[in-house]
Design a protein. Structure first.
Ligand code: FAD
Ligand code: SF4
Length: 467
């Protein structure tokens, strides 16, 4: 009742935009313990319900409050293999359903999580736990994002021999090649991977399953397979001028940036850079926001982010009450670094000169609901405008996993949205093949991928051990 919410905040703007270091700061221990003390230990902790991995939040807040970092980490880690990832990049649905948030400001759960796991590493509590008994069963995990790594961790701890295959040259999925370094430093991934290697997990990067390993090899050499290969099919913009030079999918731009920071040389003819360019980011979501922050650091001349949907309100709508996720306006650290944001704008076409994009034709749109409650979009008369652009980044989400290649070769069933079809046990239509994460849910969140990996691992273990 006496202590207000205190966030660590971001590094000063004129410091952080000149490097790719993490933007978020940390509180000192006294302040952090005070923040944990704000948790009321509610009889019915809605935060625990709001958290996709079911984190036992009041329990570890109490440990933090008592300065017991080891106890706090153990409770945190008992439901989440990677609090160091979620502590940095989770949108924290737990805080939106914190009981304090009804009339006051929520407990800083996500920041407390990051702080707890950093204390645990610094104090030496995160050590390899090598399984004492091995079952002799072999499991292949395809894809090394948070879903695959979460499943691999639990299956390895259960004593199975786990091999993680990754088509990219480094492990981590979108943690490594999607999320920018200024949100999640890649040393945080490497630190966890070193422990996993000591614990016996086998990592095989540069292996495209379905190409370098055939369907038959996969199914014959392994007792079970976990597909965690993500939802990599980006939503395209089928307008005139889409083929022009300078129009790219956001992921091509972002993954290049992360690779460059990791020391990879990108050949000039393939480089996508925002330096001195007028950048148009199409899509108002998180990936778009990451394009903004990356463009700022690459010294773009100007950045405009547009969204086809209307501008969300800053307050919860009556039909969107606590403790549900609020569909309200979100402003990221990248947005604060210098960009214009506009809503209710549709891209009609792109205009080029000598094959390069030069202008974008935008039109304002209105959204109304028909009798059945469906949203109808209409163009606003007289709202057409033409803006100058040099780089267009398409960040309108992902439609589904890539079917061509591994999934079609396996002959797996898809659901109505084109994701891999699974039952409640995350089992696919093929015996001994399970799936978890974006590949079966559609593009989602790190925390949901971690939870899906847990469910798949538990059921693979049941399948292999019969109990
Ligand atoms: C730019 C961006 C920023 C994001 N930021 C956030 C954020 O801040 N917070 C948040 O919670 N979520 C964020 N997300 C979403 C989050 O990253 C994903 O939901 C999550 O990574 C999904 O995990 P996954 O393990 O299912 O798949 P992925 O992370 O996509 O991993 C799948 C892996 O499988 C590999 N693969 C695919 N096919 C094969 C094959 N045939 N053989 C071998 N390997 C294969 C891929 O190369 C990839 O590495 C972001 C997404 C993007 C694109
Ligand atoms: S994983 Fe996300 S939702 Fe769960 S406690 Fe951490 S920040 Fe909250």
């Amino acid at each position: 009742m006496l202590i207000g919410r205190k966030e660590a905040g971001y590094r000063p703007l004129n410091d952080r935009i000149y490097d790719y270091g993490e933007v978020e700061q940390t509180l000192d221990d006294k302040d952090r313990i005070d923040q944990a003390a704000r948790c009321m230990d509610c009889g019915v902790p809605f935060c625990h319900w709001g958290c996709p991995v079911g984190s036992k939040i009041p329990e570890w807040q109490d440990m933090v409050y008592k300065g017991d970092w080891k106890g706090a980490y153990e409770i945190l880690n008992s439901t989440n293999s990677f609090p160091e990832f979620t502590g940095r990049v989770c949108p924290a649905p737990c805080e939106k359903s914190c009981v304090l948030a009804i009339h006051n400001e929520a407990v800083t759960i996500r920041e407390n999580e990051a702080s707890t796991v950093e204390h645990a590493y610094n104090l030496g509590f995160v050590q390899p736990r090598v399984p004492e008994v091995r079952t002799g069963k072999k499991v292949a995990v395809v894809g090394s994002g948070p879903a695959g790594l979460s499943a691999a961790d639990i299956l390895n701890q259960a004593g199975h021999e786990v091999t993680v295959f990754e088509k990219n040259n480094a492990i981590g999925g979108l943690l490594r090649f999607g999320i920018p370094d200024f949100k999640l430093s890649k040393t945080v991934i490497d630190r966890r991977l070193e422990i996993f290697v000591d614990e016996g997990i086998i990592f095989k990067p540069n292996v495209n399953v379905g190409v370098d390993i055939t369907r038959e090899q996969l199914l014959e050499e392994f007792d079970a397979v976990v597909l965690a290969n993500g939802a990599e099919q980006p939503r395209d913009l089928p307008v005139e001028g889409r083929e022009l030079e300078g129009v790219h999918f956001a992921m091509d731009f972002l993954s290049q940036s992360n690779k460059r920071i990791a020391g990879e040389i990108i050949p000039d003819e393939l480089s996508i850079l925002a330096k001195d360019k007028r950048v148009l980011v199409i899509g108002g979501g998180d990936t778009g926001s990451d394009c903004v922050g990356t463009s700022v650091r690459q010294k773009a001349k100007s950045i405009l982010q547009i969204e086809i949907l209307p501008k969300p309100s800053t307050e919860r709508a009556p039909g969107n009450p606590w403790p549900y996720w609020p569909n309200t306006l979100r402003t990221s650290s990248s947005h604060l670094e210098g960009c214009e944001r506009r809503w209710s704008l549709s891209t009609q076409r792109l205009i080029g000169e000598n094959g390069k994009v030069k202008q974008a034709v935008l039109v304002g749109v209105d959204w109304t609901q028909d009798e059945a409650g469906r949203w109808i979009m209409t163009e606003k008369v007289g709202s057409l405008e033409i803006i100058d652009v040099d780089l267009v980044l398409l960040s309108m989400g992902f439609t589904q996993p890539v079917h061509n290649g591994l999934l079609d070769t396996l002959g797996i069933d898809y659901d109505a949205r084109g994701n891999v079809k699974v039952n409640a046990k995350k089992q696919t239509s093929i015996d001994k093949v399970f799936a978890c994460g974006d590949v079966e849910s559609g593009a989602s969140l790190v925390v949901r991928a971690i939870e899906a990996g847990k469910i798949a691992a538990r059921n693979v273990d049941d399948f292999l051990s019969g109990e």
